[in-house]
Design a protein around this ligand. Structure first.
Ligand code: IMP
Ligand code: MG
Length: 180
């Protein structure tokens, strides 16, 4: 199957153009907070495309964030229904005393973002803001809200724009939904 055939079979929910336009507005919202010395922390892997576009939108909005990466994995333990989050690759930088913007792709149960926020808080960050591409309209397993979100999203599994199913579809320039 060619790449074109693959992406043709996916319903576009948010087009590349819609995302680009929204990210410029979102970056202006973030810049309006006038946070000096911001450290942006994308949560990998799913947020890498979003974060790459967002930090360039932040630059256009007049900001100069530093960037470091945190790789997390959530999985379900066998025979236990609750998801658990683990660190696959830790930050290089110290966050103590810093203002941090955590960037993630999807806010779903909330466990991943809550884990990242608790970790960075426990290490002594001065201020923690959170920004997600998609805020899924589902009941959270943990009580957390994103400070910034690009789009609200229905309770459906999405791919593209960095997000995968079984390591596929991250390359698509839009956010889409698999048919069926
Ligand atoms: P949470 O911990 O349940 O909030 O899930 C958030 C994480 O699960 C995100 O960082 C994503 O990597 C992943 N995720 C949740 N929903 C989707 C989806 O629809 N497509 C791809 N990844 C998803
Ligand atoms: Mg993720």
């Amino acid at each position: 199957m060619t790449t074109t055939e693959v992406s043709d079979s996916i319903d576009i929910m948010f087009s590349a153009g819609q995302i680009a336009e929204r990210l410029d507005a979102l970056a202006k919202e973030i810049a309006a907070r006038k946070i000096p010395g911001l450290l942006a922390i994308p949560v990998l892997k799913g947020s890498f495309v979003f974060a790459a576009d967002l930090i360039r939108a932040l630059h256009r909005a007049g900001m100069a964030p530093e960037v470091d990466f945190l790789t997390l994995s959530s999985y379900k333990k066998s025979r236990v229904s609750s998801g658990q989050v683990t660190i696959l690759r830790d930050l290089d930088l110290e966050v103590e005393g810093r203002s941090v913007l955590i960037i993630d792709d999807v806010l779903d149960s909330g466990r991943t973002l809550a884990f990242a926020k608790d970790l960075i808080s426990a290490r002594g960050a001065k201020q923690i803001l959170t920004c997600v591409l998609l805020d899924k309209k589902v009941p959270r397993a943990v009580n957390i809200k994103a400070d910034f979100s690009a789009f609200e999203c229905p309770d459906t599994f999405v791919v593209g724009y960095g997000m995968d199913v079984a390591h596929r579809y991250r390359e698509l320039p839009f956010v889409g939904r698999l048919p069926g």
